[in-house]
Design a protein around this ligand. Structure first.
Ligand code: MN3
Length: 193
């Protein structure tokens, strides 16, 4: 406390033509900044939580404003770090486990896309693993996080309309396909270990 907006690890236009610069700028500088500001404002009234990390807040707090805004910061950070120019594919243990559980990378991608199309309203689709190391694809609503389900996230796509409307309009499926071109599954592979 206070939390600050982490910079994007690439330029606004680095994910073109899949995700446009204007969307990235608005999404990061305005939407994510708002969650940071609102989280800091909510924490002002809770001095006992001011030394907590984002993850600790998400696991310990019962305050709705703190949970929503900490979730907004956590989820957006995960989303932005989870993309990279030109994308990267799963490697090592993650590649092996995807093969084992889903049959192939293409089958995994098809299941992930189907789940992301199912998100009703605003939310995220995540690739996570559970305590036994098994992969799972889960959807979360609003700014809920998979941490509250005891899962460890590896990758996520933000399917709130602000993530894609300027370029892809209402075509969420096109945006999901575009996201796969820039998804950083190299990072997910490192997180899986
Ligand atoms: Mn968003």
């Amino acid at each position: 406390m206070p939390f600050t907006l982490p910079p994007l690890p690439y330029a606004y236009n680095a994910l073109e033509p899949y995700i446009d610069a204007q969307t990235m700028q608005l999404h990061h500088d305005r939407h994510m900044q708002t969650y940071v500001n609102n989280l800091n404002a909510a924490l002002e009234a809770c001095p006992q939580l001011q030394n907590c990390s984002l993850k600790q807040l998400l696991l310990r707090s019962r305050n709705t404003a703190i949970l929503r805004n900490a979730g907004g910061v956590y989820n957006h950070e995960f989303y932005f770090l989870g993309m990279t120019p030109n994308g990267s594919v799963p490697t090592g243990r993650l590649a092996t486990q995807i093969q084992r559980q889903y049959g192939s990378a293409a089958a995994f991608q098809a299941q992930f896309k189907a789940r992301a199309l199912e998100v009703f309203g605003s939310g995220y689709t995540w690739l996570c693993y559970n305590r036994r190391g098994q992969l799972c694809i889960v959807n979360t609503c609003g700014q809920d996080t998979p941490l509250s389900q005891g899962l460890c996230p590896l990758a996520c796509i933000d399917v709130w309309e602000h993530a894609y409307y300027l370029k892809h309009f209402n075509m969420r499926g096109d945006y999901i396909d575009a996201w796969f071109k820039v998804a950083n599954f190299g990072r997910a592979s490192e997180l899986y270990g």
